[in-house]
Ligand binder design. Sequence first.
Ligand code: ZN
Length: 177
Amino acid sequence: MTVDNRIPALPAEEYARRQRRVESAVPELWDLLDEVKDPEIPVISLWELGVLQEIEQRDETVVVTITPTYSGCPAMSVMEEDVVAALHAAGHDQVRVETRLSPAWSTTWMTDAAQEKLRAWGIAPPGCGSADVAAVIRCPRCGSEDLRKLSEFGSTACKALYQCNSCAEPFDYFKPI
Ligand SMILES: [Zn+2]
């Protein structure tokens, strides 16, 4: 028998989020909102990003709870509009989006699938586990760790700009928080 002795890195809040989806009374709505992607990274859904917290049917209204990635992140209002539009398109006329600020979103809430998709998209992922353990940054193109930082800020404030010394690829690194 194989024993999986990796240290479980899932934060309690992220575990609870996944349980809410598993135990949801409206699983079809979670599936529906898998179609809503991060406007800045259109291969990653709000679920995979860790932003989508809860979906409930309260009487006639679908209530969706999201936690913003970064305060003042300009993509959040687009995400809200996209959630409402997706539910309207599926015939849910009454939709309310609520924002939960605490606990604050963390890159550790991203699913493993999201980390892989980030890499394939050309962004170095923030890494799994605790944000205070320095993640190994690798070039998303060739995997090299021989890098230099060009700027603390990349295409958006939540990313830093690096360049790979091995293959010369410039890339964004999604900073862990
Ligand atoms: Zn490289």
